[in-house]
Design a protein around this ligand. Structure first.
Ligand SMILES: Nc1nc2c(ncn2[C@@H]2O[C@H](COP(=O)(O)OP(=O)(O)OP(=O)(O)O)[C@@H](O)[C@H]2O)c(=O)[nH]1
Length: 504
């Protein structure tokens, strides 16, 4: 019972364990897949935006290169400048991100501008790009840090080139400004979630553009971030995770360094936001599994309880059956037993006789019957008392039993002071020998009986015998013949036996 319960419990525990493992593996795999998908998405986006930004800057570079070449070729005389302005105006439509295009002379004074509305100082000799070209003889374009445009007060990034005169001396700067607003508009159309971020950073680590826009972040130096101190040192592109220094949000980001201009494009998505579908899916899965496991445990519990109860009932039933059987045995023994002598009773004898006769008939044997009666028992009773009479009956019964012990004979109390012995497979001669032996044995018991002429308790025996086949169905006759023989034994003087002369 306990074993079955334990097995059931073990099965439940194993199912629980296996399901937990499968669930954990599944959640872990989907987590890895989600992270991989996020990585792929941000990588693709950073690559695309890198190309997009490169395209714009490339156009700006070509534009400013052409403009610079023309200015250098034609010189900065007033007539030529008027013609250059015409060219400039006609090219304006080429690049929608253009905020303004300005040519400055050697002193930083504006020669030509695409848009004339100027805020603040007209002279730009103080601008970073101007100082850079003044001190740098390279005629390659320079992407400057973000500045507030003096044309319209908006944030811009500058693409500039050094101008030289025919002797190769510094002659001014041609500069094209790109509105950050336009980039932000383009970046804003990309779905990177509510907490995503896109940034363009210069090669030296100056933040040029960042979406979502926050003025205080523009121009911040992030060259000490892991992106610049570690990742970009190992590879021009890749993915990483970090907590943003701008808003403290943990993000997964992809970076891509532009090979041509060196700026770095980063696209970042919030880890919490990016992992949200996985979290929701995992939660649903956990709820389903917990529900299923709960169901399994509940039904398992009821099943085990049922097994336990059934096993207990079965155990109790077998115990009850066992004690019932013992009681039955006792009862049937009691029902077949004479309470005074412990011999088989008359009922048992009545049942056994036809059965024994049948056995003898089947086995082609003879059967004999002895009826034994204590002599002068009334006198014994009258003189020694009823209780002494009972003792005497018990002693005689024991003696009879001892005498026929070992044979298949059945000894029963026939009634009162009378006993009967069935002797299966015994013919008359053998039965007479048994009777003789019995008379001797009882005499040897030497039970004092002063009121008998023999001085001791004696018995008289009547014997009847016949072949099983002949006696079969006439058992009553066998008893009558034995009784008749007993009567004759009494008549003959007692303490002896007489065999019936009646034949079947
Ligand atoms: N103590 C005792 N006496 C019993 C029991 N059953 C019968 N008796 C007595 O047995 C006696 C039988 O007496 P009788 O039938 O006259 O026969 P008897 O005195 O033995 O005379 P014979 O058989 O002719 O020798 C009676 O006194 C019964 O009371 C018993 O269970 N216990």
């Amino acid at each position: 019972m306990k074993k079955e319960f334990f097995i059931g419990l073990t099965i439940l525990a194993v199912v629980f364990f296996v399901m937990s493992i499968i669930l954990s593996i599944n959640i872990w795999i989907t987590r890895v897949q989600t992270i991989n998908d996020l990585n792929t998405n941000v990588s693709n986006l950073s690559h695309t935006l890198n190309l997009y930004s490169e395209g714009i800057i490339r156009q700006g570079e070509m534009f400013i290169d052409d403009l610079s070449d023309i200015t250098e070729i034609y010189g900065e005389e007033k007539n030529n400048i008027t013609n250059i302005r015409k060219i400039l105006t006609s090219q304006n439509e080429l690049l929608e991100q253009i905020n303004n295009v300005v040519i400055y002379d050697v002193n930083g004074n504006k020669l030509i501008a695409l848009h004339e509305r100027i805020y603040g100082r007209v002279n730009s000799a103080d601008r970073f790009f101007f100082v850079y070209h003044q001190n740098n003889t390279s005629k390659k374009i320079f992407i400057g840090p973000p500045v507030v445009s003096r044309t319209n007060g908006k944030w811009v990034i500058t693409i500039s080139r050094r101008l030289e005169d025919h002797q190769g001396r510094f002659a001014g700067v041609a500069v094209l400004t790109l509105s950050i607003e336009n980039f932000l508009e383009a970046f804003g159309k990309i779905d990177i979630g509510h907490a995503g971020a896109i940034a363009l950073t210069s090669e030296s680590g100056i933040l040029l553009i960042r979406y979502p826009f926050d003025e205080k972040n523009i121009g911040r130096v992030i060259s000490d971030s892991p992106l610049f101190t570690t990742y970009l040192k190992n590879s021009d592109s890749g993915t990483a995770r970090s907590v943003s220094r701008f808003d403290n949000i943990q993000r997964m980001y992809a970076f891509q360094k532009n090979k041509r201009y060196g700026f770095v494009t980063t696209v970042a998505v919030s880890l919490d936001e990016g992992m949200l579908p996985w979290k929701k899916q995992s939660e649903i899965l956990i709820v389903i599994v917990v529900f299923l496991m709960g169901g399994a445990i509940t039904s398992g519990y009821f099943l085990l309880r049922d097994i336990y109860q059934r096993a207990r009932s079965h155990h109790e039933l077998s115990k009850t059956t066992e004690s019932l059987m013992t009681a039955n045995k006792k009862l049937s023994a009691m029902a077949a037993e004479d309470s005074l002598t412990g011999l088989a009773n008359r009922r048992k004898f009545d049942e056994a006789l036809p059965h024994e006769v049948l056995q003898c008939a089947v086995n082609n044997h003879s059967i004999s019957l002895m009826l034994i009666d204590i002599d002068y028992f009334k006198k014994y009773n009258d003189n020694y008392g009823h209780l002494a009479g009972d003792d005497c009956l018990r002693q005689v019964a024991t003696s009879i039993k001892k005498t026929v012990k070992g044979s298949s004979a059945l000894v029963a109390r026939y009634g009162g002071e009378e006993f009967v012995v069935i002797l299966p497979a015994t013919d008359l001669i053998a039965a007479e020998k048994e009777a003789q032996k019995l008379i001797q044995n009882i005499c040897q018991e030497n039970i004092c009986h002063e009121y008998s002429p023999f001085g001791i308790v004696t018995v008289s025996i009547g014997i009847a015998s016949g072949h099983g086949l002949a006696v079969k169905g006439k058992e009553r006759k066998l008893i009558e013949f034995a009784d008749d023989a007993l009567y004759r034994a009494k008549y003959a003087g007692r303490n002896g036996f007489f065999s019936s002369t009646h034949l079947f």
